[in-house]
Design a protein around this ligand. Structure first.
Ligand SMILES: *Cc1c(COP(=O)(O)O)cnc(C)c1O
Length: 364
């Protein structure tokens, strides 16, 4: 059993995938070829926003809106303490200060009350993370933010909805990743930003190509953050089956919860939300033992994430000792992600579930 099976999907879309990749090899426009615009149009329509700016990675999708907003030294950007490093890394890269906030116990997403208390006159942006595939509490976050721009880190939640609106459409900017293991993944690194703001979109498009307004005429300091045409072609093929895969993810996630509820802490999905289960993550006591037992039973697992950001060596500070963000710290000790992908069979899932139950009961 694989933690994430990408092969079954490849077999399913094989003909279309090869056709689209071959077309790129034939036209030879490897940078900003026609597939890039085609992908952006399709994804913007799917998300329900005016602009999609496709990019070289999810990390760049977080960096570009901050650059476009002019975030720099002396500025603060608020992020949850419990997320992947990239969410905060891009802030530090711009010599601004990531301000960490604890998360909610049930959703693992940033706590809007604590976020409100962390806002200062220097807060230039807020990056809530839609962790494990469920959109963060955007309404409460927007209310707390006042007019401060909110950038959704939707790397794990592409395809999820809140009251029928899709992830990446609910804030000033939505940023997602197409890393192979994400809900919509390519065969390399890529990502995208989504926005309804014409000016911000224009600026991010420029920054993506060295701050260039027209060829060899540069108005801003930018970077090279373009998606490869080949990856855009791959994503177009994968996008054909994506809505079906989202349905499958939801069904498999719900089935996990139905089977595991009572044995361990299963994901809590807020009313009005759907999750794409970018990860299917439970909480257990004595995680290391459980993980070893699962490994022995042939069930691969992963930990997202073993260390909250304020305890990462790169961000450690005497002002934020252990104990500062107790919920993030507890989650980091207890979370365990189980095999999750749209093609997980009931048989395999039953095997995972019984192995989890065995591991938990033997321990007790
Ligand atoms: C994967 C991920 C990113 C970074 O995306 P890349 O495409 O790997 O650069 C950022 N934030 C979160 C929450 C992620 O899971």
């Amino acid at each position: 059993m694989e933690f994430i099976d990408l092969k079954t999907q490849q077999t399913r879309i094989n003909d279309d995938l090869r056709l689209r990749m071959n077309r790129v090899l034939e036209h030879g426009q490897y940078i900003m070829g026609p597939e890039v615009a085609e992908l952006e149009k399709a994804l913007a329509a799917y998300v329900g926003v005016k602009h999609c700016i496709s990019l070289s990675s999810g990390t760049d999708a977080l960096l570009l809106p901050l650059m476009a907003l002019g975030v720099g030294p002396g500025d603060e950007v608020i992020v949850p303490a419990f997320t992947f490093i990239a969410t905060a890394e891009v802030i530090a890269l711009l010599k601004a200060t990531p301000v960490f906030v604890d998360v909610e116990e049930k959703s693992y997403n940033v706590d809007p009350e604590k976020l409100k208390a962390a806002i200062t006159s220097r807060t230039r942006a807020i990056i809530p993370v839609s962790l494990y595939g469920q959109i963060a509490n955007i309404a409460a976050i927007q209310a707390a933010a006042g007019g401060i721009p909110v950038i959704e880190d939707a790397a794990q939640s592409f395809g999820a909805t809140h009251n029928g609106k899709r992830s990446c459409s609910l804030t000033s900017v939505g940023a997602t990743s197409f890393f192979p293991s994400k809900p919509l993944g390519c065969y390399g690194d890529a990502g995208a930003c989504f926005t309804d703001d014409d000016d911000l979109a224009d600026l991010m498009r420029r920054i993506r190509i060295h701050g260039q307004e027209r060829r060899y005429y540069h108005t801003h300091v930018g970077i090279n953050a373009r998606i490869d045409t080949l990856q855009a072609a791959i994503l177009l093929a994968k996008f054909q089956v994506f809505p079906d895969e989202v349905e499958r993810r939801m069904r498999i996630g719900e089935r996990y919860s139905d089977l595991l509820r009572g044995s361990c802490e299963v994901p809590f999905i807020e009313p009005g939300n759907t999750s794409v289960f970018g990860q299917y993550t439970i909480q257990v006591d004595d995680r290391e033992t459980v993980q070893k037992k699962l490994q022995a039973a042939g069930v691969p697992t992963a930990v997202h994430y073993p260390l909250p950001l304020h305890l990462q060596p790169v961000f450690r500070s005497p002002h934020l000792p252990e104990g500062t963000f107790p919920i993030a710290e507890s989650a980091a000790r207890r979370v365990l992600s189980l095999p999750m992908h749209p093609y997980l069979s009931d048989v395999d899932q039953d095997q995972v579930v019984s192995a989890v139950k065995d591991a938990l009961s033997v321990r007790a």
